[in-house]
Design a protein around this ligand. Structure first.
Ligand SMILES: [Zn+2]
Length: 235
């Protein structure tokens, strides 16, 4: 028989005020403005027109399940890193996969294994623009880390290092933020060794150009967010 009922075993900061707000404001007009603005089909030949602007608040609160990958994200809350191991081919995936992707394993269900908080850089990118939640922390470096013993790579930020000191193969330690929420941003990495200048992949000219670009990004973030700006790279 299928298991239907469910009960809450543990929860934290499960915000119900949001729910109420979302229901209240759902697309109902709360105000309007009659405005004067430009009209016309050529930007160099605009004239005045009048328009009605309606204000409709809209909020969305998503409740979504991590499903078979739940243990990976619950691990973040408990500050433990889990991977998924295929019992047939022994491949370990992090990020995890509920089923093995090796065609020979025929969609074998994987098993959870705890992983060490260390790995190495597989590739990286210096970010000068990002999605809204991370704008305040620009510029930052996103790395794809191969966690020790795994055959896939995990996207994380790398901190406490200059962008030109990062290269594929650089050993890193993984860390959890102080208050993990069960999302991928809960985890970040820092170099586990002193970066080896003979392995740097940028030329002097490229480093200088990168520094100029990073300064512009940092200034933009400070102009936009003021004291709330948290640039991740020191320049
Ligand atoms: Zn397999």
């Amino acid at each position: 028989m299928a298991y239907r009922p469910r009960k809450i075993l543990k929860s934290r900061e499960y915000n119900r005020e949001w729910n109420e707000w979302a229901l209240k404001g759902n697309w109902s007009p709360v105000g309007w403005r009659w405005i004067e603005g430009p009209t016309g089909y050529r930007l160099d030949q605009l004239s005045k027109g009048n328009y009605l602007i309606i204000q409709r608040p809209h909020g969305s609160l998503y409740h979504h399940s991590y499903g078979l990958l739940s243990k990976f994200f619950k691990g973040f809350i408990e500050k433990k890193l889990y991977g998924a191991k295929c019992p047939r081919c022994k491949a370990v995936f992090c990020p995890p996969r509920a089923h093995c992707w090796n065609p020979e394993c025929k969609v074998q269900r994987t098993e959870w294994v705890e992983l060490p908080m260390k790995g190495e850089v597989f590739t990286f990118s210096v970010m000068a623009f990002s999605a809204t939640p991370f704008l305040k922390t620009l510029p930052f470096i996103i790395t794809y880390i191969r966690v020790e013993g795994c055959c896939t790579t995990l996207p994380t930020r790398i901190l406490q290092v200059n962008p030109w000191e990062v290269y594929p193969g650089l050993k890193v330690n993984l860390h959890f933020i102080d208050n993990p929420k069960g999302e991928i941003m809960d985890i970040y990495c820092t170099p586990a060794e002193k970066p080896d200048p003979s392995k740097f992949i940028m030329s002097k000219e490229e480093i200088e150009r990168l520094k100029e670009d990073m300064k512009k990004v940092k200034n933009w973030v400070i102009r936009k967010f003021g004291s709330e700006a948290q640039p991740s790279i020191e320049i």
